[in-house]
Design a binder for this molecule. Structure first.
Ligand code: CO
Length: 162
């Protein structure tokens, strides 16, 4: 699969809830996971490869996950303070200040079975990052990034400045 780069319009389009869990859906998720790993990523959202569905793939040290219709249902008050990168903005690594250090994520797997995980540190940041993608947002435009830096990123990656 080809990974779209900013400012491709698909990256600013919120994704739609998945309602049909077909074998084809699983094939798409498998292909996303392969694409992510081939590009040394730890997470990849559907709209990064031009698919309009609310789903992402990600991996931590031990496991690989297919997260369909993901929803953060709890988060820690402490902040993560981790640099984050993005396959749609290659070479750019920034700290997004308002990332929580841990999150609890509810999701459905490729077959539609409900599951949940609690993730910490870089994994928690990755999950928050992928949810931003599914909402049609870029982490690089987070209001928590100091304005001067945000303007610089907007110019570099072709975002509209608000
Ligand atoms: Co990304």
């Amino acid at each position: 699969m080809e990974i779209l780069k900013f400012p491709h319009p698909d990256l600013f389009r919120p994704c739609k809830e998945v309602t049909v869990f077909s074998p084809e859906l699983k094939v798409l998720l498998e292909s996303m996971l392969e694409t992510m790993k081939a590009n040394n990523g730890m997470g990849l959202a559907a709209n990064q490869v031009g698919l309009p569905w609310r789903m992402f793939v990600f991996k931590d040290e031990k496991n690989e996950f297919y997260c369909v219709n993901p929803k953060i249902i709890a988060r820690g008050l402490e902040m993560a303070n981790q640099k984050e990168g993005c396959l749609s903005a290659p070479g750019e690594f920034v700290v997004v200040p308002d990332r929580n250090k841990w999150v609890k994520l509810e999701y459905q797997d490729a077959e539609g079975v409900k599951n949940w995980i609690v993730a910490y540190d870089i994994s928690a940041v990755c999950i928050q990052h992928e949810i931003d993608h599914l909402d049609g947002k870029s982490h690089l435009q987070s209001k928590s990034i100091p304005k001067r830096k945000r303007m610089e990123l907007a110019k570099k990656w072709g975002f509209k400045v608000k």
